[in-house]
Ligand binder design. Structure first.
Ligand code: FAD
Length: 484
């Protein structure tokens, strides 16, 4: 029988119409559907969305509303506590069910529990789906029933599972209620920065489900084949740049998975070749991050290896500021930090280099880095950011060992050999020849002068000597190991 009472579809980090089980199910049932988004940053504190994420969210919500309107519906936006906002809507509309996706972040999970409790007190049923990830974290365990802590073992176990279900299409029509409850315009959430610093973001990105699908298509056509060889070269667009779209749920990992499958089958590839390809393997790093956060929620604030609580991090406001501004005197680090500031994104290789520089050369806590990334990345994602930082600091599971200190000059020379990436983001070094571009502080002064650079005036002197900082970092690590 056709449902007559409305269902609330509570949108969270799933800002799309296609492959959206709660929306699909609600529309399929045929009764009125009320799509809702509740802006409640305080309930996600201290990890409420940062500046770049807010910019993205504004545009993503706007795009979602437009898509819903094209399907005969609209997005009702409310602000304030989620439980209250949903309870108000239940009262105003007579809804008897709430459909939503589950999330993996600790505060979001707590919120879900509160919603389920509060709704059941009102006789409202809450149905939750877990489609933001390819695998259910509770289904994938080691033989002894523990969560995996090593990526390769986790990945292998996931590959042994059957393929994820095929993605759902978007509903053609989303039936609405006779009378719509009132909602806020997106502008009222004041997500856009004031003063407006988002020109670089606007020039780089187009948030929303349509743009996400187009980006995936373009990547499959132009980038996918070369991914394994080009993915470590920051000067090139060798990666998909799907991360913000995946974070905001404008596209799902299973849509990506099946698009890759279709493409590879079209090329006559056998299943193991595409299932184990470098690109899908990276997608499983995202899975691993969500999985770890699910099983170890304390990781957002505390090291996964408990002995790291005692690590002697340095307080260094000037060093932190130089790192944040891209003024460390190490060109590959500075280029990365400026790319981040300008576009809200940074290439993965460079994220690893700048993270190593902060936690090892400057010996500043990984949490400071995680917080800065949180505020400035358009793809800031609590699971991936936490894992990336703990991996870099050596205090996470399956992490890079602390004694393996990235050499910022050698990394630059290896992954940006002619300096194209550095020249793009540090234009003051544009005329420095390739031999010196990653170490201007060692270049003959006359040569630098000919390139229009005087250190300390046009480009900073190094804030630390890498060799000395490396020794100090290793000594700190030894003291941790010795339990001093
Ligand atoms: P592609 O290479 O095209 O990969 C496809 C997708 O796989 C990505 O979109 C992403 O969802 C996933 N992926 C790829 N590499 C990783 C990885 N190492 N860890 C987790 N998922 C991965 N990623 C975020 O999405 N949000 C973050 O906040 C974030 N913070 C990071 C912090 C540090 C210190 C480090 C070292 C890495 C961080 N990453 C984060 C992971 C990675 O840098 C980005 O996912 C990647 O650069 C996104 O670019 P892309 O979409 O072109 O990736």
């Amino acid at each position: 029988m056709r449902r007559v009472k409305p269902v609330l579809v509570w949108f969270r980090l799933d800002l799309r119409l296609s492959d959206h089980a709660p929306l699909w199910e609600a529309a399929r049932e045929g009764g009125p559907v009320i799509p809702v988004y509740v802006w409640s940053p305080e309930e996600e504190a201290p990890w409420s969305p940062g500046g770049a994420s807010r910019w993205w969210l504004h545009h993503s919500l706007t795009a979602l509303d437009a898509s819903l309107r094209a399907a005969g519906s609209r997005l009702i936006i409310r602000r304030g506590r989620v439980v209250k906002a949903l309870a108000d809507l239940v009262r105003e509309t007579g809804a008897v069910t709430v459909y939503a996706h589950r999330r993996v972040e600790p505060a979001a999970r707590q919120l879900e529990e509160e919603v389920v409790r509060a709704m059941s007190e009102r006789g409202v049923k809450v149905r939750l789906w877990a489609d933001s990830n390819l695998v259910d974290p509770d289904r994938v365990k080691t033989q002894s029933g523990e969560p995996f802590q090593v990526f390769t073992a986790f990945w292998r176990r996931c590959l042994a599972l059957s393929d994820p279900p095929r993605p759902l299409p978007a509903p053609d029509r989303v039936p609405g209620p006779a009378v719509w409850p009132r909602g806020l315009s997106c502008e009222r959430l004041e997500l856009l920065p004031k003063p407006d610093w988002a020109a670089g973001l606007r020039a780089t990105w187009r948030p929303g489900e349509t743009a996400a699908g187009e980006r995936l298509k373009r990547f499959l056509k132009d980038g996918w084949r070369e991914y394994a060889t080009r993915r470590d070269q920051p000067a090139e667009e060798g990666t998909s740049r799907l991360s913000p779209h995946l974070h905001f749920g404008e596209i799902t990992p299973r849509q990506v998975w099946h698009a890759v499958r279709e493409w590879a089958e079209g090329q006559g590839w056998n299943a193991s070749r595409w299932r184990e390809s470098a690109f899908l393997r990276e997608l499983f790093w995202r899975e691993f991050a969500g999985y770890l956060l699910w099983h170890f929620p304390h990781a957002v604030e505390r090291p996964l290896r408990p002995e790291w609580e005692r690590f002697p991090w340095r307080e260094d406001a000037a060093g932190l500021r130089a790192w944040q501004r891209g003024r460390t005197g190490y060109p590959i680090v500075d280029a990365g930090m400026r790319e981040l500031w300008h576009t809200g994104w940074m290439h993965n290789r460079v994220r690893m280099i700048v993270a190593s520089f902060l936690v090892k050369d400057l010996r500043i806590s990984w949490l400071e880095g995680a917080r800065w990334f949180w505020d400035t990345l358009v793809d800031a994602d609590l699971a991936s950011n936490t894992m990336g930082w703990q991996w870099s600091a050596g205090c996470g599971v399956d992490a890079a060992p602390y004694f393996r200190v990235f050499h910022p000059v050698l990394q630059g020379q290896k992954f940006d050999p002619d300096g194209a990436y550095v020249r793009r983001w540090c234009p003051e070094l544009a005329r420095v020849p390739p031999e010196w571009i990653h170490r201007p502080f060692e270049a003959p002064p006359l040569l630098l002068e000919a390139a229009g650079v005087r250190l300390g005036r046009d480009y900073p002197e190094p804030v630390v000597s890498h060799a000395a900082a490396r020794q100090a970092a290793l000594a700190a690590w030894q003291s941790l190991r010795a339990g001093r």
